[in-house]
Design a protein around this ligand. Structure first.
Ligand SMILES: Nc1ncnc2c1ncn2[C@@H]1O[C@H](COP(=O)(O)OP(=O)(O)O)[C@@H](O)[C@H]1O
Ligand SMILES: [Mg+2]
Length: 330
């Protein structure tokens, strides 16, 4: 394994990793994660400290964000294994997950328990149906929905993901009806579990996104990250009804905080808008929010892993995983 060029900026964050592994076939650089395809069978996913808002990657990394996301995803994949099998095999490093490479379904399953974010923005314009799902009248922002709803989006190769109805998913043949029924029931069962786990820790799981894939053309697996602050919205449960009654904003965690700051600084991800530079103190406050959410959700203190040479640490740990694997499979 050879490191060509790695970039850790002055904050000890990891924003770019460039490693090559034996049997490596290709690398996909996502907005947040670098995904290495090993022999079309495994994926090595390096969760960096990059942050994306409105589908745009910001200029600075957020210290410990990668670790928070990866360790939370690992915890919740473990906590839901009785509902559906998932892609995770190992977490050889706090920033790395290794698992089965699946063929992703071309839709993302978004489950909403509350009327927030994109759903609220649509509702506010007068729409009373989202992705073909009817919504009652007289709801306010962040109100609880009568029951959780699924509002899928297409999984675009380039550009923004778009809302799509169940009907169109089936009509366009993106997913077969038989498989789609399973995706729906898995998504609702996962959301129920996620909401319960959050509630046990004094948090509300507002909405979240799931991705599924097929492993070896056969079983449906849960893939990607789940219930992380990048794929979900969380509120503090304490004081939620009082804030709703007074029409006050809810106490949000992590990413929403960064989004809000960008909007205040004139950025909504539209063409031609310049990405504002986050100052040191703002970066560390975002980092603190991620860590706070980790500690709230797990009920455990967040252990700050040594970050003086993150790239080397990651490389060594991945290497060790494959050496051990080789020894045990011979
Ligand atoms: N087990 C898996 N098999 C195949 N693809 C996966 C798996 N888990 C996650 N992915 C894909 O890896 C990518 C993760 O990188 P991310 O930074 O989230 O990228 P993106 O910008 O595409 O959202 C996503 O495109 C996700 O669909
Ligand atoms: Mg993603």
């Amino acid at each position: 394994m050879k490191t060509k060029q790695n970039d850790c900026n002055m904050n000890n964050t990891i924003t770019t990793v460039d490693i090559s592994l034996p049997k490596q076939k290709s690398v996909y650089k996502g907005k947040v994660r670098d995904v290495i395809n090993i022999d079309d069978d495994l994926l090595v996913m390096i969760v960096t400290d990059r942050i994306s808002c409105f589908d745009v990657v910001l200029l600075n990394g957020i210290p410990y964000k990668g670790q928070v996301l990866n360790l939370l995803a690992a915890k919740f994949l473990e906590d839901t294994i009785d509902i559906i099998p998932n892609w995770m095999i190992a977490v050889p490093d706090p920033n790395v997950m290794i698992g089965y490479k699946c063929v992703p379904f071309k839709v993302e399953m978004i489950v909403r328990g509350y009327l927030s974010g994109h759903a609220w923005r649509e509702y506010k314009t007068g729409k009373r149906a989202l992705c073909g799902v009817k919504l009652p009248d007289n709801l306010n922002e962040n109100d609880k929905l009568p029951a959780p709803i699924i509002t899928p989006t297409t999984k675009a190769d380039v550009g923004h993901d778009e809302d799509i109805s169940r009907e169109n998913i089936l009509k366009q043949g993106l997913v077969s009806e038989e498989d789609y029924r399973l995706l729906e029931s898995y998504s609702l069962a996962l959301f129920e579990r996620g909401a319960r786990l959050a509630a046990e820790k004094g948090l509300i799981l507002v909405d979240t996104k799931y991705e599924f894939g097929k492993y070896r053309d056969n079983d449906i697996y849960l893939i990607d990250e789940i219930h992380t602050p990048d794929s979900s919205r969380y509120f503090y449960a304490d004081g939620y009804p009082e804030r709703q009654n007074k029409g006050e904003p809810q106490k949000q965690l992590s990413k929403e905080f960064a989004r809000q700051w960008l909007i205040e600084n004139g950025f909504q991800g539209k063409d031609g808008q310049q990405i504002p530079e986050m100052g040191e103190s703002f970066i560390s406050s975002v980092s603190e929010r991620y860590i706070e959410l980790f500690e709230n959700l797990t009920g455990e203190p967040f252990i700050r892993t040594e970050v003086s040479d993150i790239s080397q640490r990651i490389e060594n740990n991945i290497n060790q995983f494959f050496i051990t694997k080789q020894q045990t499979t011979i």
